[in-house]
Design a protein around this ligand. Structure first.
Ligand SMILES: NC(=O)C1=CN([C@@H]2O[C@H](COP(=O)(O)OP(=O)(O)OC[C@H]3O[C@@H](n4cnc5c(N)ncnc54)[C@H](O)[C@@H]3O)[C@@H](O)[C@H]2O)[C@@H](O)CC1
Ligand SMILES: Nc1ncnc2c1ncn2[C@@H]1O[C@H](COP(=O)(O)OP(=O)(O)O)[C@@H](O)[C@H]1O
Ligand SMILES: [K+]
Length: 478
């Protein structure tokens, strides 16, 4: 599990650790970690051209100390000081002692740098980048150098991933003490590149993370192989209410994902029965109502089912049960017309909107995706899985996950139906809803990555590659 900590949490931990340490120790740890990552990325230091963009705070101090370490290793390091009279004094002195050069932006050689270190602003960021920072970032971006951000790409807000204006488009971000949410969610994720976490010793005093990201190892225990005393019922039966006579595809994809995730037993009820039976003879199929399907431990309702009166009454029937329910797609459109169907429930409900569906339910998502998911969850007392390149899961108690797997190739019709099926299968095991949603998003993203290895993927590829995805996850954990 990767904990995601806010700027305030990191600063509080820093204060508490600093109280027992000589001044500057944390910055030295940060700078050493930063220089080490840079050396690893460059492969060598001698003769390498490095340009530091140095702001007026400690973020600039980190860059200067790291620049000094690189200069000691033979790199040719030049610092551009955005506000020369306010540059970190200790960092600047160390940098000069190590042979570093200070230059005006025009003379810094950004157009032929091998590496640009962005130490303009980190945790202290407020608003979009101001001039002259923004123009320097544009020059750095136009040049050939590897773009490495110090702690956070300048212009990205640490807690939300909002990018209110110009920002440094990092290829790598070396972050200190804890991963900040803004590096993995929203627009910030796209500015951060690969994130490297440097341990500066805050671990023991960090507060509970504001959000979490699952790793492969975290999901594997929930996808375990059957035990000798298991039978087809014991691992959770999932019921699927998806697709329609006109659009059987969503029913086939959603049911297939469920049966491929946990093949104990999957039941299907609905007007796509013909198509589902033909595609998945393993599934127990009825063309009738949910009540005709037999006992299940969790329902998935909505993909491709339509929004007519029949669909609305099917939705109302399952939401009236005391079973966990995943509501997706058309089901979400119907819930936006009758939110009390969810708000009045006591059993877990997971809503899985993309941005437009979210807007119909709760108003516009806005730029703070964590806050949006938490707001929706609190409003209806449910779990919200807000889809995106970094899917966010939040429940009414504020438990929040940010997904770290996936690929833009998933932006194709039907992949959401597959996610709903995976989620239903995981939810049927009895896992708490937010955790089940986070596990499902993680597996879905891994299936997407695997399928994308062989060119453009279509939703059916995710279902086909699920067994291999799960096998790889288990093997990796083993
Ligand atoms: N908190 C911690 O645990 C540690 C923090 N360290 C470093 O310290 C940084 C935080 O330092 P500070 O609190 O001094 O703050 P920063 O250095 O992040 O930023 C402060 C300066 O940036 C300028 N600024 C703010 N918004 C701007 C914008 N939109 N455009 C242009 N300039 C802007 C402000 O004028 C301010 O002087 C961290 O990001 C990290 O790099 C590390 O040295 C090690 C430990
Ligand atoms: N650019 C992207 N990068 C990564 N994942 C994406 C991207 N766009 C969409 N996805 C994922 O693809 C799925 C699309 O779901 P959805 O919009 O419901 O599609 P559909 O309704 O066609 O099944 C979601 O899991 C979403 O997170
Ligand atoms: K920075």
């Amino acid at each position: 599990m990767i904990g995601l900590h806010t700027a305030a949490q990191v600063r509080a931990a820093e204060q508490s650790v600093l109280a027992g340490l000589p001044a500057g120790v944390l910055m030295q740890r940060a700078a050493t970690g930063l220089a080490t990552v840079c050396l690893g990325l460059l492969g060598r230091a001698h003769g390498v051209r490095v340009v530091l963009l140095v702001g007026s705070g400690d973020n600039g101090g980190d860059a200067l100390f790291a620049g000094a370490l690189l200069a000691q290793r033979g790199a040719r390091v030049t610092a551009v000081l955005l506000t020369p009279d306010r540059a970190h004094a200790g960092g600047l002195a160390a940098f000069r002692r190590a042979g570093g050069r200070v230059a005006e932006a025009a003379d810094a050689g950004l157009h032929r740098a091998d590496l640009v270190l962005d130490g303009i602003v980190g945790l202290g960021s407020a608003g979009g980048l101001r001039e002259p920072a923004a123009v320097l970032v544009r020059e750095a971006t136009a040049g050939p150098g590897l773009l490495v951000a110090v702690d956070l790409p300048s212009g990205v807000l640490a807690d939300t991933g909002e990018v209110p204006g110009a920002a440094f488009p990092a290829q790598h971000t070396v972050t200190f003490g804890a991963v900040k949410p803004g590096l993995v969610v929203g627009a910030g994720r796209r500015q951060a590149g690969t994130v490297h976490l440097v341990d500066i010793g805050l671990g023991p005093v960090l507060a509970e993370p504001a959000a979490q990201q699952l790793t492969d190892a975290d999901v594997v225990p929930h996808l375990d192989a059957p035990a000798p005393d298991d039978d087809k019922y014991s691992r959770g039966v999932v019921g699927v209410l998806a697709g329609s006579a006109t659009y059987p595809g969503a029913g086939v994809l959603c049911t297939g994902a469920a049966v491929r995730t946990r093949p104990g037993l999957v039941r299907y009820a609905g007007t796509a029965a013909e198509g589902v039976r033909a595609a998945w003879p393993e599934v127990i199929v009825t063309a009738g109502r949910p009540g005709d399907a037999g006992r299940v431990q969790a329902w998935v309702v909505g993909p491709g089912m339509g929004t007519d009166d029949d669909a609305a009454s099917v939705l109302a029937e399952v939401l009236a049960t005391d079973l966990p329910v995943v509501v997706d797609a058309d089901g979400l459109t119907l819930v936006s017309q009758r939110p009390e169907l969810v708000a009045d429930r006591t059993a877990p409900t997971v809503l899985t909107p993309h941005d437009r569906e979210f807007a119909r339910l709760f108003g516009e998502v806005g730029t703070d995706r964590l806050a949006a998911a938490r707001r929706g969850a609190a409003e209806l007392g449910c779990t919200v899985l807000l889809k995106g390149d970094a899917t966010v899961v939040a429940d009414a108690a504020g438990t929040t996950f940010v997904n770290g797997t996936g690929t833009p190739w998933l932006a194709t019709a039907g992949t959401g139906d597959v996610l709903a099926g995976i989620l239903g299968a995981v939810l049927a095991t009895g896992l708490p809803a937010a955790e089940a949603a986070a596990v499902a998003a993680h597996v879905h993203g891994r299936a997407g990555q695997l399928a994308a290895e062989q060119g453009p993927l279509i939703a059916g590829d995710l279902v086909r590659r699920l067994p291999e995805t799960l096998a790889r996850l288990r093997a990796g954990a083993g």
